[in-house]
Write a protein that binds this ligand. Structure first.
Ligand code: GRF
Length: 210
């Protein structure tokens, strides 16, 4: 049984779908830890309702960045974390965490990286930029995490067509729906295949959703 730590700062809808797939037995794993910089976010509230341990990691609780980093690393190690899933986490991971869990940290991004990614591209800003650019496709990217925002090796992308008259809100909703399908499937593959993408990256699936 793999142990997954989920990092989230927002509403936590991806976390909730992952939780549901674990609960139903589709993903052979256990959520060992939730990490959030925001104790009042939807993800943190959901975790406490479900009795999952939350580590609130921010400058208010841990003003010293070295202490903050050490606290995070020891919590991950103590919980015997196999996989870290970023699900709307707004902070960069410390270098030592990235090094320790190399190849075992995933992020989901609501666009087709490398476009519309990097610092400043988060939440609705991503979809606003996609609409403003007038591109015909957007989608979801799941990638391994390195020390830069939205930068590591891409594992899966799934495309959606940007429809004529599409609004930021409608695009965001359609993309999020795909996220909720794709992220649990990638995590399931990791858990079943024992971290298959540590050595190769077989799961490139590019689909068009109309
Ligand atoms: C998602 O769109 C994800 O791609 C991005 O942050 C958002 C998190 O949404 N990284 P939620 O909190 O899971 O609803």
């Amino acid at each position: 049984m793999k142990k997954i730590a989920i990092f989230a700062s927002g509403s936590g809808s991806n976390f909730k779908t992952i939780f549901a797939k674990i609960f139903s037995g589709d993903i052979p794993a256990k959520i060992c830890l939730i990490v959030s910089n925001n104790p009042n976010c939807g993800a943190a509230k959901f975790a406490s309702e479900k009795g999952i341990k939350i580590l609130v990691l921010n400058k208010i609780r841990f003003p010293n960045s070295i202490v903050r980093e050490k606290t995070l690393l020891s919590a991950l190690i103590n919980k015997k974390t196999d996989l870290i899933c970023l699900a709307g986490y707004m902070k960069l991971l410390p270098k030592r965490v990235v090094e320790k869990y190399k190849g075992r940290i995933l992020n989901i991004h609501p666009a087709l990286l490398p476009q519309f990614g990097g610092k400043g591209f988060y939440g609705m800003k991503v979809h606003e930029a996609v609409i403003a650019a007038g591109v015909k496709e957007s989608g979801v990217t799941i990638h391994l995490v390195d020390e830069e925002y939205d930068h590591g090796k891409i594992i899966v992308q799934k495309k959606v067509k940007v429809r004529p008259g599409e609004t930021v809100k409608s695009l965001a909703e359609r993309v999020l729906k795909i996220e909720h399908d794709l992220y649990p499937r990638v995590i399931q593959a990791f858990c079943r295949n024992n971290g298959i993408w540590e050595n190769n990256h077989p799961i490139i699936e590019v689909n068009i959703e109309n």
